[in-house]
Design a protein. Structure first.
Length: 238
């Protein structure tokens, strides 16, 4: 596997209207919104993906953390790493890390830190990219260390002492397009082009509409496959 290449900030900073970010915002809220509640203190780790988490801004105080200043919200942001969170134990009611853990070489340490800053009874909300077989130059340029099966993420979160409440794949309805795009990437030589593939307007609208099929299904059940894994967990009360 090629070593990760860390790029400054998330692609969402450069392409906030890209179809995947818009669709992910809706899917995350559908799957994880019920676990947010009305928290007094929320930590958003990896806040450079802010366009996807606007639904999290209800409730009390929200603190954002990212490695890159470009991802910070004025008056909310702290620069820091998920593997060494600059906060006291049991400081937050909800901790979210959307497409963050795969960027951490030591993902077990990252989960231990996310758990450490949660109050007993607090909720952890996660998303990660799915399936190591889908590894490509996109993952290298994005700074990923790995991709996950649902069972792997559940085991990782459980090893941090958290009780998993829900874990599901997402982006099932667009999965054939995802597989085809990864196959094309493997057939051509890596280039310096942007990591996110260009999508014509008609295809953009089609992909968003297909993702809304996922949204309807996810209101009632978990999905058996997809290009992302979403998870909600609770820190046991003493």
């Amino acid at each position: 596997m090629t070593a990760p290449v860390q790029q400054p900030g998330s692609s969402s900073l450069r392409q906030p209207d890209y179809w995947w970010y818009r669709a992910r915002a809706e899917l995350l809220e559908t799957v994880l919104g019920r676990y947010l509640g009305a928290p007094g203190r929320t930590l958003d780790v990896g806040s450079a993906d802010g366009p996807s988490v606007g639904w999290m801004k209800r409730g009390g105080r929200r603190v954002t953390l990212d490695l890159h200043p470009e991802g910070q919200q004025p008056g909310e942001g702290v620069c820091g790493s998920a593997t060494a969170l600059p906060f006291a134990d049991e400081a937050f009611d909800v901790v979210a890390a959307f497409d963050v853990v795969e960027h951490c070489e030591d993902d077990a340490l990252a989960l231990a830190e996310l758990s450490r800053v949660l109050v007993p009874g607090g909720r952890l909300l996660l998303s990660v990219p799915a399936y190591q077989w889908a590894w490509s130059d996109h993952d290298v340029r994005a700074g990923h260390y790995r991709r996950y099966r649902r069972s792997q993420l559940v085991a990782l979160v459980g090893s941090a002492g958290l009780d998993v409440q829900r874990a599901t794949y997402a982006f099932m309805s667009v999965f054939p397009f995802f597989v085809a795009e990864r196959a094309v990437r493997r057939l051509r030589r890596p280039s310096g082009e942007p990591s996110l593939p260009a999508v014509p307007g008609v295809v953009d609208r089609l992909l968003v509409r297909l993702s809304r099929l996922d949204r309807r299904l996810l209101r009632r059940r978990d999905l058996p496959f997809g290009s992302s894994v979403f998870l909600a967990a609770v820190k046991p009360s003493r």
